[in-house]
Design a binder for this molecule. Structure first.
Ligand code: NAP
Length: 291
């Protein structure tokens, strides 16, 4: 990191908790490599303090903020402007300073898109299965339609929640390409192979021996599986995809690129793929996944 001086710009993360975040590693590594006089710090924001935190950050000339759990929806009421995709998704993870306040973006989803592109996964024209209908899954469904997926099948334990997400996405994009199913109804999927994006919390450490669907019959339908979970580094979902000859990826690159894209907004500088991958190696090391 450059020496902190009178010209140092501050960026940071607001959320609760923030202790285990990899975001400072991402942002400060990028600043060091690019010779930028930026510093990125975590800010713990207690329940009830979000409005004061955003106003205070603006008053303190903070250049940009990331927003994490539990404030990604609530923070929308505190922004001056909204990016269109973030508005559709209804969640913001990045605040970029603008005239009189902050503009809200969702780099979780553009980051996921970039992570998939970096693995050669093309969304446009693709048939996608989204497992889950929580906050992350909802954003994934919107992102898939936004980037041109041909059809999106939302499979969730609570079918009603899948139906709500489906209805909302179809209404927002004025399309009829999103369909809802229960988890056990995968046999109703049309013929052919799918890209599956695992967006539930099942399989997350310490429950590493769990997958949201266990049956081999489901995995036979998957040519590529993308798990949003990255701890453990290889999830049970990924193992089940690979067992049926599919390609499988975890969500660490999504985390990487959401940070890279936020950094690009904050610093107004493009980050190369080579530098992004250097940061990725550091993230793996920090997670103990580099062996
Ligand atoms: P959430 O809103 O709490 O939603 C949880 C989802 O998981 C719901 O669809 C829920 O189904 C399902 N689920 C939970 N337990 C289940 C079980 N035992 N069996 C079947 N389904 C179950 O959580 P979220 O915010 O969407 O986050 C989901 C995951 O995404 C988390 O693990 C998080 O780590 C990951 N994530 C990763 C990144 C990244 O950068 N890589 C970013 C964001 C999120 P019901 O509706 O039936 O309850």
């Amino acid at each position: 990191m450059q020496e902190i001086n009178g010209r140092t710009k501050i960026c940071g993360l607001i959320g609760n908790p923030v202790e285990h975040t990899l975001s400072p590693l991402i942002h400060n590594t990028l600043s060091r490599a690019l010779g930028k006089n930026f510093v990125y710090v975590p800010f713990l924001v207690e329940d009830g303090n979000l409005k004061t935190a955003v106003k205070g950050a603006y008053a303190l000339n903070v250049a940009g903020l990331n927003v994490t759990v539990p404030y990604k929806s609530e923070v929308i009421s505190q922004v001056k402007e909204m990016d269109e995709l973030a508005a559709h998704i209804g969640a913001v993870n990045t605040l970029v300073r603008c005239e009189g306040g902050y503009k809200g973006f969702n780099t979780d989803m553009t980051g996921l898109y970039r992570a998939m592109m970096s693995e050669g996964i093309v969304l446009s024209g693709e048939k996608v299965i989204v497992l889950g209908a929580g906050g992350a899954a909802r954003a994934v469904v919107f992102m898939c339609v936004h980037f041109g997926a041909k059809a999106v099948y939302v499979l969730n334990r609570t079918r009603k929640k899948a139906e709500e997400v489906t209805e909302e996405a179809n209404r927002t994009f004025r399309k009829n390409c999103v369909y809802a199913l229960g988890l056990t109804e995968y046999e109703k999927l049309p013929e052919g192979k799918f890209l599956a994006i695992q967006s539930t919390s099942v399989g997350l450490f310490p429950n590493t021996e769990e997958a949201v669907i266990e049956e081999a019959g489901f995995y036979e339908k998957i040519h590529t599986g993308y798990d949003l979970v990255y701890s453990p580094f290889e999830t049970k979902f990924m193992r089940l995809v690979k067992k049926q000859e599919g390609k499988a990826y975890n969500g660490l690159k999504m985390l990487l690129y959401q940070g890279v894209e936020a950094y690009e907004y904050f610093s107004k500088e493009a980050v190369s793929e080579a530098l992004s991958l250097e940061v990725y190696e550091k993230m793996k090391k920090a997670m103990g996944a580099d062996e």
